[in-house]
Design a protein around this ligand. Structure first.
Ligand code: RM4
Ligand code: MN
Length: 395
């Protein structure tokens, strides 16, 4: 039995790694969302992208590790992106990834970048030019493409041709990027299409990225896999290939429910973060963007984001605490139980005191949730944000 205790020097290096980690927040987490059955509103919900950013900045203010906000175009359409970026800077955050939207236009019923009609494909490519303009104006370096394209019935369209169309469209999107900007391509195994999906898995995304060039990488959304999928294995393969661009962290019990990261399966999140640590990909310059992609349908939004951030931090801290020397020794000796014990010992460690210490060392309150709840911000926005239309999908 290992003790889980780390010598103080390595405790310092664990703290340093945690201090350097950043987690990017999705603007859409702060707007209303729901299922196709009902979208519930809540008092204080932002009416525009400026208010969404101010709410995201609260998460950073209390956790200290969430300095970027990802935008979704056109949900976050504004007249002046320079002004939005300046507003973000005033609030102590910056604009992160720009997400395109290929799923809310009537023209995209049969697909966007894969549509049988070249005119529709050209429209979908042109939308990315608009996104790249937003990137230029906000200083964003990352364009995220999630493709809803697919078919519902066998024979509906030519599966192979759709891949050729996709490769061609993606090449045009990639060509729009400046040399210091990059593209990340997300996969999802089903939905909204029910029979075939054009980018259903990491292999398909990786093949397209390899064909595009070095500035194209894969996005792994933890909610986008079939139950039982060994996600950490995918993490390993993408890291080996140098093509893990970003995570979209969330959790799911059934389909893609966008629940808080670490809520459904904290052990899975730990296993994922262990592979990240193991491959030295936690470094801020590793090129992996740790993002949240969530909607808070029934829970309060800012606290929902704070909980997700702290869950990712807990999984990361536990991963950093794995006694890698002891693990290696047990692995080399073929001692299955001892190796598993080293792993589980780290997972079983209560890292909350360590994270409290981390926050205090950063000049923050030890408990970000309590500090936010005590701040009065929620009551203030509920009182102030009267009138206007609450932001949500499509706004
Ligand atoms: C998709 C995908 C994208 C996200 C949209 C809102 O399922 O996960 O990352 O931008 O949802
Ligand atoms: Mn996603």
């Amino acid at each position: 039995m290992t003790t889980g205790q780390t010598p103080s020097t390595s405790r310092e290096s664990v703290l340093a790694a945690l201090r350097a980690q950043t987690i990017e927040l999705p603007s859409w987490a702060f707007g209303n969302s729901g299922t196709r059955f009902k979208v519930f509103g809540s008092p204080g919900t932002p009416r525009d992208p400026f208010e969404k950013i101010s709410d995201a900045a609260q998460v950073h203010r209390y956790t200290g590790v969430a300095p970027r906000v990802s935008l979704h175009i056109p949900w976050d359409l504004v007249d002046d992106y320079g002004k939005l970026a300046a507003h973000a800077a005033d609030d102590g955050v910056s604009i992160g990834t720009i997400n395109s939207n290929l799923f809310q236009d009537d023209d995209y019923k049969l697909g966007s970048l894969t549509h049988p009609d070249a005119k529709v494909r050209a429209k979908a490519v042109a939308h990315h030019a608009e996104c790249v303009d937003v990137m230029r104006a906000t200083g964003s370096k990352e364009l995220k493409v999630w493709l809803p394209d697919g078919t519902n019935y066998p024979g509906q369209d030519d599966l192979r041709e759709r891949q050729e169309r996709l490769a061609d469209s993606l090449q045009q999107v990639y060509a729009l990027l400046e040399p210091d900007q990059h593209l990340v391509l997300e996969y999802k195994f089903f939905e909204p299409a029910f029979y075939s999906t054009d980018v259903p898995d990491w292999g398909t995304s990786l093949l397209h990225c390899l064909a595009l060039g070095e500035r194209a990488k894969v996005v792994l959304d933890t909610g986008h896999h079939a139950p039982g999928t060994n996600i950490e294995f995918i993490v390993v393969q993408l890291l080996r290939a140098g093509r893990l661009g970003a995570f979209d962290f969330n959790s799911r019990f059934y389909a893609d429910d966008d629940l808080m990261a670490g809520a459904a399966d904290p052990f899975q999140l730990f296993r994922i973060m262990y592979e990240i640590v193991r491959s030295d990909a936690l470094r801020p310059d590793s090129g992996v963007n740790f993002m949240l992609d969530q909607c808070h349908n029934i829970e309060a939004k800012i606290p929902g984001q704070i909980r997700s951030v702290t869950n990712v931090q807990q999984a990361t801290a536990k991963a950093l605490l794995v006694d890698r020397e002891a693990l290696r020794e047990a692995q080399q000796a073929g001692d299955v139980l001892a190796a598993n014990d080293v792993f589980m010992d780290a997972f079983s460690t209560d890292v909350r005191p360590l994270l409290a210490q981390l926050r205090e060392s950063m000049g923050l309150a030890p408990d970000p949730m309590a500090a936010y709840l005590a701040s009065g911000y929620a009551e203030r926005i509920a009182a102030e944000r009267i009138g206007g239309r609450q932001a949500g999908w499509g706004a």
